[in-house]
Design a protein around this ligand. Structure first.
Ligand code: ASP
Length: 354
């Protein structure tokens, strides 16, 4: 792959203690308006010109750019695979990684990378912006500088963050606990079911009690994700039975992420039960996540979820839809034993569920 790599020439380049690799994928942060006034990702070379602040930090910074920066709505699994490959290739050369990414799908990508990077002992901090660099009142500078400071933060000679995280609007969140919840205001992300890892005020205050630590027996390994056949079905009153049946009968379907009501509830009609049971009997994994941002799936709490439990629907507990999809994609492409897949779906792999 033809990546562009630029070493940032800074006065402290030879003396700085820590080295950070910035991976530029695209997103609003690096966009500019075209003649029609539409935002488009712009040339990587210009990004450096727009970021004089990078030269003033006491860090050794290298920027690597996707050959074609993208709006994150165009992100695909091969981009995730490229990100994992880049981090694997440069893992020992840098102390931390900052991924510049569009906000639209950042929570999906951060979730995917959290699973793909096993035994990660260094920070991988995703960030972006709601307004491009160079725009008056842009949040890009603040987000990037804080993300770099977080990615280089050490405590007792070890990186403070040893997981995939998202930094946005003064908060650092666990990547696989986040959702994009806001498209206009600066506070684009929320992590309803897990506390922030850090808050940036005049200093960056980490909450050491909630940071993820990899299992000591795990060595760093970057996995790749393969194409999978997963359907996301969000229940709503008045759904059409035929439409849902067609989805569930898609040839080759491997898994369904079922977005249910409240604490994991769904219709109890015979036709709904028969349709879902048939899919499960044919080997389709059905994974239950709630449409609520906060709280958790508790199958069996109500009679409207007891039938799901009885027919073998798996509970996603308090996992987000974004993390659940990434987890399914990861497990279906890296694990061949179906019993292991089911077991992993019910237990946390990277702190993504309680
Ligand atoms: N559409 C943009 C993207 O996700 C939005 C953003 O970066 O905030 O690439």
């Amino acid at each position: 792959m033809n990546y562009r790599i630029v070493e940032i020439e800074a006065p402290s380049r030879d003396t700085a203690k820590y080295s950070i690799l910035i991976i530029y994928t695209g997103g609003t942060l690096g966009m500019t308006h075209d003649e029609q006034g539409t935002l488009q990702p712009f040339d990587f070379g210009k990004i450096i010109e727009e970021m004089p602040v990078l030269r003033s930090l006491d860090l050794r910074l290298t920027v690597i750019s996707f050959p074609q920066p993208i709006d994150s709505s165009n992100i695909r699994i091969d981009h995730w695979n490229q990100l994992a490959q880049i981090i694997e290739r440069y893992y020992h050369q840098h102390d931390g990684f900052v991924v510049l990414h569009g906000t639209d799908t950042m929570a999906y990508s951060a979730s995917a990378l959290s699973f793909m990077l096993e035994g990660l002992c260094k920070p991988v901090v995703f960030t972006g912006a709601q307004l491009p660099f160079g725009t008056a009142r842009s949040d890009a500078n603040q987000n990037l500088v804080a993300a770099l400071q977080i990615a280089s933060a050490h405590h007792q000679e070890k990186p403070v963050i040893q997981e995939v995280a998202i930094y946005f609007d003064y908060f650092l969140f666990r990547g696989n606990r986040c959702k994009k919840v806001e498209s206009v205001h600066f506070d684009a992300f929320e992590s309803e079911n897990y506390p922030p890892l850090a808050e940036a005020g005049i200093s960056i205050d980490f909450d050491f009690n909630v940071l993820y630590r990899p299992l000591s027996k795990q060595h760093f390994k970057a996995y790749q994700i393969a194409p999978t056949q997963i359907a996301l079905i969000k229940l709503f009153p008045g759904y059409d039975h035929t439409v849902m049946t067609h989805t569930l009968e898609t040839p080759g379907l491997q898994a369904v992420l079922l977005e249910t009501f409240g604490s994991g509830n769904a219709p109890t009609s015979q036709e709904f039960k028969t349709m879902l049971k048939k899919a499960i009997d044919q080997g389709v994994i059905v994974y239950n996540v709630s449409q609520c941002n906060g709280g958790r799936v508790l199958q069996g709490r109500y009679s409207t979820s007891k039938h799901l439990l009885d027919m073998g629907v798996l509970s996603g507990a308090d996992i987000t839809t974004e993390a659940a999809l990434a987890k399914l994609q990861f497990l279906l492409s890296t694990e061949s034993n179906s019993q292991q897949i089911l077991a992993h779906l019910s237990t946390p792999l990277r702190g993504e569920m309680a």
